[in-house]
Design a binder for this molecule. Structure first.
Ligand SMILES: [Zn+2]
Length: 92
């Protein structure tokens, strides 16, 4: 039979749950951002009403669910950065 004094028994019963919580916390912090990165690819913000919504299709134009505005995808908006589309279309 294993002989333990009272202090050692209390220390063992305290260390085991603390180690369990610490290991769970480490794994939680290591793997919690994978889902967010995956989800943030589909996160879209309407530039007109600032409404955030998820859009899972790969269409070039998306529609805001709140104000029903048509929004270009992030890739298309990046290509047009620095250019004023209205002045290009305007003949004057
Ligand atoms: Zn909107």
């Amino acid at each position: 039979m294993i002989k333990l004094d009272f202090v050692t028994a209390i220390a063992i019963f305290l260390i085991i749950p603390i180690l369990f919580v610490f290991i769970r916390w480490v794994f939680y912090n290591c793997y919690r951002n994978e889902g967010l990165d995956y989800q943030s690819d589909y996160l879209q913000q309407c530039p007109y009403c600032n409404y955030l919504f998820f859009c899972y299709d790969n269409a070039s134009m998306r529609e805001c669910p709140r104000c029903h505005s048509l929004i270009a995808s992030a890739e298309d908006a990046g290509k047009e950065e620095g250019h004023d589309k209205i002045s290009e279309k305007d003949p004057q």
